[in-house]
Write a protein that binds this ligand. Structure first.
Ligand SMILES: Cc1ncc(COP(=O)(O)O)c(C=O)c1O
Length: 324
């Protein structure tokens, strides 16, 4: 793998980049105006497998549309998962991935829940690395953002009656990004949602299925129209405890103690969340994963959100029952 040094635990042998890849250091992008919009890059990774079989090594092809049967499981029954991770360019020219094996593990767990075939951990990480190398010129300069990587696992085989699809596609595309929220690194203003639940007990809130995301759009759009950055969900059973924001986890800090909702089936087990828990413990904080009451917000010294897209984002205000 030559001069590339990855954040992954084990080095992975990678063939030399295809000579047809551009050797330009950077794509022609105004790196200072990056947001979180899709910017098409050069290549995507794609491989398929039949139900009950293993994914074979895939290939990189030019980024572009894919062809699907109208009867594809993902189109009809939402049998799909996605992941999100980032590659960073360092000052010394190295490229780092942030804990990609954790995304691989999460996709595997999600695939079991959704009755889908999934790539092995090694295959997933290898495919990510290939996608990054092929799109290297789209990785922003150090400090100007990152290359967001979007692995997808889709039930692409045709199926009419409700059943697992007969064929699956594992695909990764990439886009350079910077700030997820228009606030940039300014504090977020959250609205506690009481009319809609994000997930229910014994549902799929803990897996990154595509079917968890369209249902939050209504609450999120309404909140944004009212000037909030995003929505904070409560647990559907009691409506008393915090769950998470539409696409990130939440923490409250008080003195040397930080608390975050426990992952017991309804919230996504974020990789940034896990990392913050580990780092905070190392820094001497008492870390609690437990039910966090909405009434604890008022007493907190600080509140922050964590996620691949948002990083670690400070929360400036939370509005609950019209009280800010
Ligand atoms: C619902 C939800 N919660 C939390 C997160 C944060 O997880 P991670 O830190 O792995 O990005 C995400 C994003 O992946 C998400 O979609």
């Amino acid at each position: 793998m030559g001069r590339y040094n990855w954040f992954t635990s084990q080095p992975y042998p990678l063939e030399s980049p295809n000579p047809s890849y551009s050797d330009e250091e950077y794509a022609d992008v105004d790196w200072d105006s990056l947001g979180f919009g899709l910017m098409a890059t050069d290549y995507m990774y794609i491989t398929k497998c039949c139900e009950g079989q293993h994914f074979e090594e895939g290939q990189l092809s030019r980024y572009g549309n894919i062809e699907l049967s109208p009867a594809a499981g993902v189109l009809n029954y939402g049998q799909g998962l996605f992941e999100g991770t980032k590659a960073y360019r360092k000052e010394n020219g190295r490229v780092l991935l942030f804990r990609p094996e954790q995304n691989a593990i999460r996709m595997k767990i999600g695939a079991e829940r959704m009755c889908m075939a999934s790539p092995s951990i090694e295959h997933f990480v290898h495919a990510l690395k290939q996608t990054v190398l092929a799109n290297k010129r789209w990785i922003p300069p150090p400090g100007k953002g990152s290359l967001y990587l979007r692995p997808l696992l889709l039930g692409t085989g045709p199926v009419l009656g409700l059943a697992p699809a007969p064929e699956y596609t594992f695909l990764i595309y990439a886009s350079p990004v910077r700030n997820y929220f228009k606030e940039g690194s300014a504090p977020l203003n959250l609205h506690v949602e009481e009319n809609f639940d994000r997930a229910s007990r014994r549902g799929t809130g803990n897996v990154k299925t595509i079917s968890n995301y369209a249902p939050v759009l209504m609450a999120q759009t309404t909140a944004k129209k009212r000037g909030f950055s995003d929505v904070l969900y409560l647990d559907s059973a009691t409506k008393k405890n915090l769950e998470e924001v539409s696409s990130c986890n939440i923490f409250i800090a008080k003195g040397k103690c930080i608390a975050t909702p426990a992952t017991n089936g309804t919230i996504l087990s974020g990789i940034t969340r896990k990392s913050v828990i580990e780092i905070a413990g190392d820094l001497g904080y008492q870390v609690e994963e437990r039910a966090v009451g909405v009434d604890e917000l008022i007493e907190a010294d600080e509140v922050f959100c964590t996620g691949t897209a948002v990083g670690v984002a400070p929360v400036g205000s939370i509005t609950y029952q019209d009280k800010r």
